[in-house]
Design a protein around this ligand. Structure first.
Ligand SMILES: Nc1ncnc2c1ncn2[C@@H]1O[C@H](COP(=O)(O)OP(=O)(O)OP(=O)(O)O)[C@@H](O)[C@H]1O
Ligand SMILES: [Mg+2]
Length: 230
C-alpha cells in the first residue's frame, strides 16, 4: 500500500531522515517508535507531502506519488492526523466535521459513521473545538480524518498527553477500525505496549535512521526496548 524507498528529507540544508525505507502493507498497522527528536514526525510529514523528499521514492498502491501535493495524496486515500490534534478551534465539533464532509456525496453518512466510532463526540457537537479536552480533540481529529474515507490513516502520537482512560478508548477504536478491513494505519506512538499490540510490524527510528524492524505483537516488546535502550 505505502512504500517509502530510501527516503532522505529534512529542513533546508539539514537532513533529518537518512535513507529510510518502510512499507505499510494492505490492511495492516505499522508502528514507528523512537526517542524525541528521532525524526518520526519529519518522516510522516514527508510521507504526506508537507516536506519534499530530497531523494528516494514514495509509492502508494504502486503509484509513484513522490512529487504529489498533500491534497492530491489525500485524494488518493491518505489521511494524516498531526501531532497535537489540530482542528479549527473557533468552530464547533459539528462544524469541524461538516467542513470535511462538505462536497462529499456521502457526507452526512460519513459524519454519522465517525460519531458512531467516537460516541463521546455526540454530546460535544455544539462546543467549540478549542474548548475540548486533549482526548476529545484527538477523537475529533481522527473522526475528521476518517470522513475523507482514507485507505491509509497516518497518526502522529494520538495518545500523547491524554489521560489513561481516554487513551484506552482511542486505542480500542484504532484497533477496531483496522479489524474491519480496507484501512491501514501508520502509527507513531510512544506507548510501546499499545503500539505493539496494534501493529503487525514495527520500525525503530534513531537519529533519522531506521535501525531495527520486526513483527509486532506483545512478544516484540523486549526487542523494541533493547533497540531503544530503555
Ligand atoms: N521545522 C523544523 N525546522 C528545522 N528543524 C526541525 C523542524 N522540525 C523538526 N526539526 C528537527 O528535526 C529533528 C527531528 O524532529 P521530529 O519532530 O521529526 O522528531 P520526532 O521523532 O517526531 O520527536 P517527538 O517524539 O518529540 O515528536 C529534530 O532534531 C528537530 O529539532
Ligand atoms: Mg514528533
Amino acid at each position: 500500500m505505502l512504500e517509502l524507498v530510501d527516503i532522505r528529507s529534512g529542513y533546508g540544508r539539514t537532513e533529518v531522515i537518512h535513507n529510510v525505507s518502510l512499507t505499510v502493507p494492505d490492511d495492516s498497522v505499522v508502528a514507528v517508535m523512537g526517542h524525541n527528536g528521532a525524526g518520526k514526525t519529519t518522516l510522516l510529514r514527508t510521507a504526506v507531502g508537507l516536506i519534499g523528499a530530497k531523494s528516494g521514492e514514495i509509492r502508494f498502491d504502486g503509484e509513484n506519488i513522490t512529487k504529489y501535493s498533500p491534497s492530491k495524496r489525500v485524494k488518493r486515500g491518505i489521511a494524516y492526523v498531526p501531532q497535537g490534534q489540530q482542528s479549527f478551534p473557533q468552530l464547533t465539533t459539528a462544524e469541524n466535521l461538516q467542513v470535511v464532509a462538505d462536497g462529499r456525496k456521502r457526507g452526512k453518512a460519513l459524519i454519522e459513521e465517525s460519531l458512531d466510532l467516537f460516541p463521546a463526540l455526540r454530546e460535544l457537537l455544539t462546543r467549540k473545538a478549542g474548548l475540548l479536552s486533549g482526548g476529545q480533540r484527538q477523537q475529533l481529529a481522527i473522526a475528521r480524518a476518517l470522513i475523507t474515507e482514507p485507505k491509509l490513516l497516518i497518526l502522529d502520537e494520538p495518545t500523547e498527553g491524554i489521560q489513561p482512560s481516554v487513551v484506552a478508548e482511542i486505542e480500542r477504536t484504532i484497533i477496531d477500525l483496522t479489524h474491519r478491513g480496507g484501512l491501514s494505519v501508520l502509527l507513531v506512538e510512544q506507548h510501546i505496549g499499545f503500539a505493539l499490540q496494534a501493529a503487525q510490524r514495527y520500525y525503530v527510528l534513531e537519529s533519522g535512521r531506521a535501525t531495527s524492524t520486526g513483527e509486532g505483537g506483545k512478544g516484540a516488546e523486549t526487542a523494541v526496548r533493547a533497540a531503544m535502550a530503555i
